[in-house]
Design a protein around this ligand. Structure first.
Ligand code: SF4
Length: 219
């Protein structure tokens, strides 16, 4: 509840910033307060996200892409935001990027894609941008935190710099941190390249292969 309240407050502050405010000491808008309780089951959380209008991406999305996979997965893969085909299907990591991720999971880690959990920092597609804005990412963050709390993954593989940044707060270049281990809140974060990057730079596959081999040993 506290996280959603913070997200709502952040949304208001970003709106004020866009209006030109630099400082404010009061809560500026008296919005009707929505139900800020996040449910304690994944299914109910998904239902709440599907009806979410906390940020303006709810106006341009076709479908909310909540995430999918095993509810008690030891491994969670975290991308940045849904692509166009995810947006129209409501499914996570579809298309060529999704095929590449499936190969990473099944061919290198040797587990079925349905045995891991896959989601994104943003649950709605942000059009006309390559990266989620801080306002959108922070507003959506409570859903990710609750997913992590409910699934309790042992390892979270952050796919790309954006996912790694919004999960850890670290702005490091992905090429400097990929393959390194970061302990946070009872789980281990391992950053590696995003499948989209591998589609553009096939020569980087060898690095992802090494990172996944290390993750396999950790498992
Ligand atoms: S991106 Fe997240 S916070 Fe924004 S509308 Fe979608 S689910 Fe809600």
């Amino acid at each position: 509840m506290k996280n959603l309240k913070n997200a709502l407050l952040l949304k208001q502050l970003y709106q004020l910033k866009q209006l030109g405010y630099k400082y404010t000491s009061v809560t500026p808008f008296q919005e009707e307060e929505p139900d800020l309780t996040l449910p304690n089951t994944l299914e109910s959380l998904k239902k709440q996200a599907i009806e979410c209008h906390l940020c303006d991406l709810s106006k341009s999305r076709q479908k909310v892409v909540f995430g999918e996979g095993a509810v008690n997965a030891d491994l969670m893969f975290l991308g940045d935001m849904p692509n166009n085909s995810d947006d129209s299907s409501g499914k996570v990591f579809t298309g060529r990027s999704g095929d590449t991720l499936t190969k990473m999971i099944e061919n290198v880690l040797g587990v079925s894609r349905s045995d891991v959990y896959i989601t994104n920092i943003l649950k709605c597609r942000a059009h006309d941008t390559l990266n989620p804005s801080p306002a959108h990412a922070h507003t959506c963050h409570p859903y990710l935190l609750k997913q992590i709390e409910l699934i309790k993954p042992k390892i979270i593989i952050a796919l790309g710099e954006t996912a790694y940044h919004y999960l850890t707060g670290d702005n490091s270049d992905i090429s400097n941190v990929r393959g390194t281990l970061h302990k946070q809140d009872g789980y281990t974060i391992v950053p590696t390249y995003h499948p989209n990057y591998l589609l553009r730079n096939p020569s980087a596959k060898k690095y992802v292969f090494d990172d996944l081999k290390n993750i396999k040993e950790l498992m």
